[in-house]
Design a protein around this ligand. Sequence first.
Ligand code: ADP
Length: 534
Amino acid sequence: MQDYPLALPHIFHRAERMFGSREIVTATATGRERTTYRQWADRTRRLGGALDQLGISADGRVATFAWNTARHLELYFAAPCTGRVLHTLNIRLFADQLTYIVNHAEDEVIFVDRSLIELLWPLVAELKTVRHYVVMDDGKGNVPDDPRIVDYEQLIGDADPVEFRVDDENQAAAMCYTSGTTGNPKGVVYSHRSMFLHSMAVLMADALGVSESDVILPVVPMFHANVWGLGHAAPFAGASLVMPGPDLSPGAIAELLESEHVTVAAGVPTIWMGVLPELADRDLSSLRKVICGGSAVPRSLSEAYREKVGLPITQAWGMTETSPIASVGHIKSALRDHPEDELADLRASQGLGAPGVDLRIVNPETGDEVPWDGKTSGELQARGPWIAADYYNDPRSRESFTADGWLRTGDVAIIDAEGYIRLVDRTKDLVKSGGEWISSVELENEIMAHPKVAEAAVIGVAHERWTERPLACVVPAPGEELTKEEVIEFLTPRVAKWWLPDDVVFIEEVPKTSVGKFSKKDLRDRFAGYKLPT
Ligand code: ADP
């Protein structure tokens, strides 16, 4: 067989030659912009020429600080297809983390949306390696008068188109930093090969199953773990894209779903919790898949979509370190006639390992593999062609990878004999009570099934006798009132007695991380030293 490089130019050429008329729609502050893969390809080639013109090194890091837009997708290909490395910056990180990341990656240029420049500009003095700031005009925001600033449209308007070719599939194509709940974020570098293979897996019917006829709405940001592979899978398949831009409010998402006849949409659970009430009375007949991952999908949420929208949530599990798709939920044919209750549990699971990914669960103390018996839990470890082997220039790599080359995910899981994964919790979020573990995730999911509850997060609070005990932080649904007793009573038949939270506090909102997950760290800080009544 030919030794053909698995590299992103192939995906680019496919979209350009075969799917030129398929659309990329971007919702901007000033209205919807529509373009096609043909126009996108032409602009992307000129952007490649512009990177040469700016003098970006042959393997230089090209950063983006941007919303989900068609322009951002130009960068997704122009940087790696000219041998450079795309570095998507998380626009919601704290200033010191952003500064750390840009300096650590040694970004040479940052492509920034005009509406975001005011967020970035205060850091500029600290960004040591950045020589140019290219502003992508999305309608609003003050652009400082500075010689390092270049206008995107002018830049590519003046540039000559280039041919894309990458011969070495192991060359770096992109990098992302984990959102880093403790310490500085860690960088993960993806190769052309890893991204190519990951995209192929995303296309598989039993994975995300993206196809040419799809219209995909990635609500997940393009800086969150490669927009879960959709930015590459869409042009690979020839699927249309709907980019939500800066307005991620539930109403705006619901409006895009309906008016653009979206077939596949993807986002974290907090997005889909918010959007659900907006979906009543809308025509969602085109929608065939709602992909959800990044944190656990409560069974109540997946069932609510099934009942109200007519299709359950498709759950996926992964990490920045796994490109990210590592497992996807779908019900095997042999299980389809099982009792509804069992099926609902399967839908709330993290699904089956994606084709190409090896998974194992390991006893953290002995390092021995534990059986897939649906009972025994252990640390989930992963290996495969799109699983990271280390962190970029970071001594912390040692702790996160085993001697025999597996990624230690930091997640605790149970796998059953069919291969279905159930994430018990993140190691650091488990409540360590009297030498046993309590799953904060399971408690939360049960509490969120209460009709009067909007959101709930459970954390461990220091306890003299038991080391830690669970504290439930609950957000009542709008207009509802709820008592501690009601929550405990609701939980009592659903969980082991010793799991029942020692206290319930009512809060206005569960704090969220930069990618919209429940931030247990912020809650732990807020309730550090909290005096439990027991
Ligand atoms: P961060 O660690 O900063 O949140 P990632 O987005 O890479 O960055 O997070 C990966 C983690 O998110 C996983 O290790 C896991 O704990 C959690 N996660 C992802 N998908 C799921 C899911 N479907 N169910 C439960 N947890 C999930």
